[in-house]
Design a protein around this ligand. Structure first.
Ligand code: ATP
Ligand code: MG
Length: 320
């Protein structure tokens, strides 16, 4: 398989009231062409910062420091000047966020916003692009697409706006779609429909998806591979089957144990954010909560080992 996106030692820090906060530390991760990779982790683990770094949304602020590499089709986005980099990003990536209202422009109709993608990318004339936008709205099963195209984002429900975002992604025809908790704000039925649409989008276009979620149930249904994130680091990654059958890291096991099973009254494993900002750089990030910790876990950071082929973990139980 060929790598589409590769993050190498990505480190992101913020300057917050004179204090340096490391949100992501030496993160390495790859998404292969056509793959759906789930990025899972508790709140504050750095999932959105990872997404925003890839999309180039963190650059340009003097309070943000980014180092490492972000390769997209072999081109290092962090090494390019901003014009080249923006071009590569906008040609090859699209995004969907938890709250579509954040990404849709409130002063243009949704039809115009989709049409704009065709006008800019394909240099289509406005009339033709507007007709194309209605076609695309039909593809994401929007009822009355002609009417919907004339609405402004605030006139549509959250589920409809998320469909519009998927329509815009379809119009862009990207190689990589980054979806940051795209269904979290929606009710369960709409959630299922949006996931189905995203899956169809993937099947139709062959696009890879980086799917950010805290819901392992969705990962099991939807993703090929999964990476588990904890306090700015990936601590386990592998194919979905391998990770669900043989979770290696005590944190991953805790996450899987906290999925409710019908008929079993299992208490959720408490996932309390015990280390606040300014996390110490040394040692395993799960040390304070780990039921299997050893002395060295507090001081040494475990490196990735591969106890099962293509299944990697950072834990001294399995490696060094
Ligand atoms: N602009 C910023 N300035 C300072 N700190 C930030 C900034 N953006 C994010 N952070 C911090 O970086 C860490 C990671 O945040 P991030 O939003 O990536 O978490 P997340 O995994 O997406 O969480 P959630 O599941 O709640 O969306 C958090 O501690 C957050 O407070
Ligand atoms: Mg987030």
């Amino acid at each position: 398989m060929e790598k589409l996106l590769e993050l190498k030692n990505l480190t992101v820090s913020f300057n917050h009231n004179g204090q340096k906060i490391k949100a992501i530390h030496q993160l390495s991760l790859a998404v292969e062409k056509g793959e759906i990779l789930g990025l899972v982790g508790e709140s504050g683990s750095g999932k959105s910062v990872t997404a925003r770094s890839i999309l180039g949304l963190l650059k340009g602020s003097s309070k943000t420091m980014i180092s490492g590499n972000i390769f997209l089709n072999g081109n290092d986005l962090l090494g390019k000047n901003s014009g080249q980099e923006g071009n590569l990003r906008s040609r090859e990536m699209a995004m969907i966020f938890q709250d579509p209202m954040d990404s849709l422009n409130p002063v243009f109709t949704v039809g115009y916003q989709i049409a704009e993608v065709f006008m800019v990318q394909k240099k289509m004339a406005k009339k033709q692009a507007l007709a194309k936008s209605i076609e695309i709205l039909k593809m994401v099963e929007i009822p009355s697409p002609e009417w919907t195209a004339r609405q402004y984002p605030h006139q549509l429900s959250g589920g409809m706006c998320q469909r519009v975002m998927i329509a815009m992604a379809l119009a862009k025809n990207p190689e990589l779609l980054i979806a940051d908790e795209p269904t979290t704000a929606l009710d369960v039925t709409i959630q299922a429909q949006i996931l189905q649409l995203l899956y169809e989008f993937h099947e139709k276009t062959g696009a890879a998806i980086l799917f950010i979620t805290h819901d392992l149930g969705i990962v099991a249904q939807f993703c090929h591979s999964v990476a588990i994130m904890l306090q700015g680091e990936i601590i386990e990654k592998g194919k979905v089957n391998s990770l669900f059958m043989n979770p290696l890291h005590p944190y991953t096991r805790g996450l899987l144990d906290s999925i409710p099973i019908p008929g079993q009254k299992k208490r959720l494993t408490p996932m309390i954010q015990d280390l606040e900002m300014g996390t110490p750089l040394k040692g395993c990030k799960f040390f304070n909560r780990c039921p299997q910790k050893m002395g060295r876990c507090e001081w040494e950071t475990p490196r990735f080992s591969e106890p099962i082929p293509h299944h990697f973990v950072r834990c001294f139980i399995h490696g060094t």
